[in-house]
Design a binder for this molecule. Structure first.
Ligand code: ACO
Length: 431
């Protein structure tokens, strides 16, 4: 419930407007400008929405200055250490920690929805073998609305719930099959006796010709990657899901839109771009050259995995990820991995460099995640699909929150028009 005892005064066009100011549970006050156009005949201008709240939300809170990330009030450090991904899904979807029975029931529901409609195999087979798995995921997830008609009525809370469970459950199968298809191996079906992360690793790396044992430490690291990526309030892909959903589009179409947005290198595509950059740097002695390029205004090169729109102190997810990278590489006996050495040295040099310090550029979650995924055996093209499957629960939770919000309207930003004014059309022979 918004309280608007405080107001802000705006003088515009000779009129004085009193705008309500809302105080959130955490974070800065928010000026409510909904009546601005009707009462003041003006719009606001905010490309990239750097100062604009697009919705009320109870799901995730970020304090960019303090490096804090909370899911429903629980800190990401606590969740990464003490919880696991399916419990985190429950917290994001339903708002509170589950009891043991609630968790068991939720895990059973997710586990029993992991298989894909058998006919969906033909979708995978219809793509070129060299398709990026993100392209395949956008297509297959969009196609789910053609297969699961009984969960596309967004006005029915039960159908919304079924769509949520289906997407959380099936996304690892879709990502794993996109990978299997790209390497020409048979699809591996999900197994109900495995936990979520182990099941995903098995669907990616098992082959019918031999047994595959999931390494529990790798499964734990994968579960942590999923937990750290599960939600991140109103980022570009989440806002895309909300905007698509605001028109009443079905949930599968909305999540497909989110996946498409996530793919961009400034967003989820950064983990692939970051590892490729670390490999291109190759050795520690080449770091200064890349630092110089990142600082050069005439060079479009940026240090991938560095910087964040919101975090201006440190990204709390990067801290956990760095620790996980050390654990996983230690376990695999590759702690002297050249890429990890380059990453650590690059981080050290950048954090002492005036350019990065003054612009508050710190390693983000993607800086270390690629190193872990590569050590597990994933090709770089699978990094963003793993992000997408982890973020699905965040997208779905935000979508469900939006649909249930009585103040929800179709998203329709305004613009600052700077094109030509009305002008007469001239016949072609007179131009
Ligand atoms: N390397 C070098 N310079 C950078 C970097 C970088 N990685 N990031 C920002 N800067 C500089 C910009 O050139 C700009 O300099 P200027 O003020 O002199 O023009 C200044 O820092 C501010 O940058 P903006 O792009 O305006 O900041 P914004 O908040 O819009 O962008 C973003 C944030 C997109 C994450 C940016 O830092 C970036 O491109 N990083 C690399 C890509 C990346 O790692 N993305 C992953 C984000 S996390 C995620 O999606 C999970």
């Amino acid at each position: 419930m918004l309280d608007n005892k405080k107001t802000a005064t705006l003088n515009v066009h000779g009129r004085t407007l009193e705008l309500p100011v809302h105080s959130p549970t955490l974070g800065p006050d928010v000026i409510d400008i909904r009546k601005l156009y009707a009462e003041g005949d003006v719009f606001t201008y905010d490309p990239g929405f750097t100062s604009t709240a697009s919705c009320e939300s109870t799901i995730t809170y970020i304090d960019g200055d303090e490096g804090v990330l909370l899911y429903r009030g629980y800190s990401i450090d606590d969740l990464a250490e003490k919880s696991h991904f399916l419990e985190v899904c429950y917290i994001l979807l339903y708002g509170d920690l589950p009891t043991a029975e609630q968790l068991e029931d939720f895990e059973t529901r997710v586990t029993h929805h992991t298989m894909l409609h058998e006919q969906m195999q033909y979708f995978f087979r219809g793509f070129r073998r060299d398709a990026h798995p993100m392209a395949t995921m956008v297509g297959v997830v969009g196609a789910m609305s053609a297969f699961y008609h009984d969960s596309t009525d967004i006005g029915d809370p039960w159908q919304r719930e079924v769509a949520a469970i289906r997407m959380i459950a099936k996304m690892p199968t879709i990502a794993a099959w996109a990978y299997k298809y790209s390497v020409g191996q048979p699809f591996v079906y999900p197994r109900n006796d495995l936990d979520y992360a182990s099941n995903f690793l098995r669907m990616c790396f098992a082959v019918p010709a031999e047994d595959y044992e999931v390494n529990p430490i790798l499964a734990r690291a994968m579960d942590r990657i999923m937990t750290l990526h599960a939600d991140h309030e109103q980022n570009a892909s989440t806002s895309t899901v909300r905007l698509a959903g605001s028109s009443g589009a079905n949930p599968f179409a909305c999540i497909a839109a989110g996946i498409a947005c996530l793919w961009g290198p400034a967003h989820g595509g950064a983990n692939q771009a970051c590892l490729e950059m670390l490999q291109e740097i190759g050795t520690v002695d080449r770091i200064p050259e890349f630092i110089r390029r990142a600082k050069d205004k005439d060079d479009p090169f940026r240090l991938m995995g560095f910087g964040h729109r919101v975090y201006k102190n440190f990204d709390p997810r990067a801290k956990v990820m760095k620790q996980s990278a050390d654990e996983v590489l230690g376990l695999l006996g590759v702690e002297n991995n050249e890429t990890l050495q380059v990453a650590k040295e690059l981080e050290r040099i950048a954090l002492e460099d005036d350019y990065f310090v003054s612009k508050k550029l710190y390693p983000n979650v993607d800086f270390y995640s690629g190193i872990i995924l590569e050590a597990m055996g994933f090709p770089t093209s699978m990094f963003t699909p793993i992000f997408a499957l982890s973020r699905t629960v965040g997208w779905i939770s935000q979508w469900k929150e939006m649909i249930a919000d009585p103040s929800q309207k179709i998203g329709r930003p305004r613009q600052l028009y700077v094109g030509p004014p009305h002008r007469p059309y001239i016949e072609v022979e007179d131009r």
